[in-house]
Write a protein that binds this ligand. Structure first.
Ligand SMILES: N=c1c2ncn([C@@H]3O[C@H](COP(=O)(O)OP(=O)(O)OP(=O)(O)O)[C@@H](O)[C@H]3O)c2ncn1[C@@H]1O[C@H](COP(=O)(O)O)[C@@H](O)[C@H]1O
Length: 105
């Protein structure tokens, strides 16, 4: 189990929990659209710090992004392992080669 797996398990365990007891439960109770919106906000905050070049704030915002990404996945019942398996499938395949092999319109 990695830290991300532990966090995903904690997030899953918050499904249906009392929204007043946890931020995750509160966010999940608002539905997948709200979870996606929050992920988008966090991504934009990370982008701003990346553009500014503030490494410390980008690190902190990056953690927010990863956490809220996992919440967004959980809200749509997508398992972290499914995303990791997709990444594993792509391992060793150059992004440039993959793009060149796409069917031409
Ligand atoms: N990693 C996180 C994590 N990262 C960020 N957050 C919360 O995400 C919320 C949103 O952060 P913001 O700074 O955007 O807060 P905001 O109030 O929306 O700010 P504005 O948009 O209003 O400016 C805050 O309440 C943060 O505390 C997190 N909340 C929980 N976790 C993990 O999830 C676990 C379970 O948490 P609970 O569900 O709260 O028990 C925790 O033990 C942590 O491991």
């Amino acid at each position: 189990m990695t830290l991300l797996h532990d966090l995903a398990a904690t997030i899953d365990a918050r499904k249906g929990a009392d929204p007043s007891s946890s931020w995750t439960a509160k966010l999940l109770s608002k539905g997948p659209e709200k979870c996606a919106e929050k992920f988008g906000e966090e991504a934009i905050e990370a982008i701003i710090e990346a553009v500014k070049g503030d490494r410390e704030k980008l690190t902190s915002e990056g953690a927010d992004v990863l956490y809220h990404f996992l919440v967004m996945l959980a809200a749509r019942d997508v398992a972290l392992d499914d995303v990791l398996n997709e990444l594993a499938r792509r391992q060793g395949l150059s992004g440039l080669d993959e793009k060149a092999a796409r069917p031409k319109p």
